[in-house]
Write a protein that binds this ligand. Structure first.
Ligand SMILES: [Ca+2]
Ligand SMILES: [Ca+2]
Ligand SMILES: [Ca+2]
Ligand SMILES: [Ca+2]
Length: 356
């Protein structure tokens, strides 16, 4: 009987200790963080960050804290550090602030006077720090020191916790790095738009919101194809955007397509525009040039017997057939049939000096 009791006791201790281990590993523990994590103000402006605390349990209630932040002092100066409400909500406190704009260090230590039986718990704001922006650039807002302290009635104990740095960057540089139309030659009878893929990049370290506008233009006019807004493009990343150029009804001729990116505070405007050279809007029927041309595959501005030869080869085919040729598909419905022949016949014999 005594042996059984001992067994049960040992088992109970084992289960309790196992439970405690699993509880302590599954809990994420308190987190000190910079809020907001990203800041991007212009030189001469000031901004304030909060030093937040999250997930302090009542059993590990907070009686004191200490932190040190470092920033690049050539980019940011500290103007003030103020205590937040987290400890003050419990009782009177004492704050010792620390500011050194030579090294870029700012911080402080703070504690509840008299160490009441229960400190502060839950989540809140430990302190706020105000910076003045000195220059364009970027810098981490880095915790080089964090301490959380709990008083258990006889001793002051450190609390295990995590810290999450912030970041400052007011350097902005977006670029359009490519413009690719789905085709170099199109017809004003195409009933589906010509897709244009525009690649934009954020060359700076912090996320940005930007606007991209694409155009097509000839020697006399520029026409807007469309505008798209990009929200929160990550630092150092690229994005492809698709624009639809509705070519139906466009005048015959050679056009350039281009895209511009607009970003407030962009420090490198030279890469804001990318120009793709030529897209030819052709006479429906002008499939190709003459066999004697340097490149007979380039349309030569007339609809003649050589174009008819190319049309005859593709007639009756549809997309997927090796003889299907989109340049013979004058309404771009993926098949070359009687309707395309109608367009061809209507334009046979026409010519234009607007291209090539
Ligand atoms: Ca730029
Ligand atoms: Ca031709
Ligand atoms: Ca010709
Ligand atoms: Ca067709």
């Amino acid at each position: 009987m005594k042996k059984n009791l001992l067994k049960i006791l040992i088992l109970t201790v084992l289960i309790v200790s196992l439970t405690m281990v699993s509880t302590s590993t599954s809990s994420p523990g308190p987190v000190i963080a910079v809020d907001p994590p990203l800041n991007s103000d212009a030189p001469g402006e000031t901004f304030t960050i909060n030093i937040t605390i999250a997930d302090i349990t009542e059993a590990e209630s907070l009686h004191g804290w200490e932190f040190g932040l470092n920033v690049d002092p050539s980019i940011l100066n500290v103007t003030s550090i103020d205590q937040g409400s987290f400890l003050q909500n419990v009782g009177p406190t004492y704050l010792v602030p620390y500011i050194d704009n030579e090294t870029g260090n700012v911080g402080g230590t703070c504690f509840l006077l008299g160490y009441p039986p229960t400190g502060a718990y839950g989540s809140g704001v430990l302190a706020s720090v105000t910076f003045r922006v000195k220059a364009y650039g970027y810098t981490p807002i880095h915790f080089y020191l964090t301490e959380l302290r709990h008083y258990n009635g006889s001793h002051v104990l450190p609390l295990t916790h995590a810290s999450v740095d912030g970041f400052f960057s007011n350097v902005h540089d977006a670029a359009v790095i490519d413009v690719i139309p789905a085709a170099d030659q199109a017809y004003p009878t195409w009933t589906v738009p010509l897709n244009i893929t525009v690649t934009v990049s954020n060359n700076a370290p912090s996320p940005v919101n930007l606007t991209v506008t694409t155009y097509y233009e000839n020697f006399t006019n520029a026409y807007e194809i469309g505008t798209q807004n990009v929200i929160n493009l990550d630092g150092g990343s690229q994005l492809n955007l698709t624009f639809s150029w509705d070519v139906i009804g466009a005048a015959w001729g050679i056009y350039t397509t281009k895209a511009n990116v607009t970003l407030t505070g962009d420090l490198n405007p030279a890469n804001d525009e990318f120009v793709y050279s030529n897209v030819t809007i052709k006479i429906p029927g002008d499939i190709q040039g003459d066999p004697t041309d340097p490149d007979p595959s380039i349309a030569d501005g007339d609809v003649d017997w050589f174009d008819f030869g190319a049309f005859a080869i593709a007639y009756g085919t549809s997309l997927g057939n090796p003889k299907y040729n989109p340049q013979c598909d004058f309404n771009l419905n993926d098949q070359i049939d009687w309707f395309d022949f109608g367009d061809f016949a209507a334009n046979y014999g026409k010519s234009t000096p607007k291209y090539p």
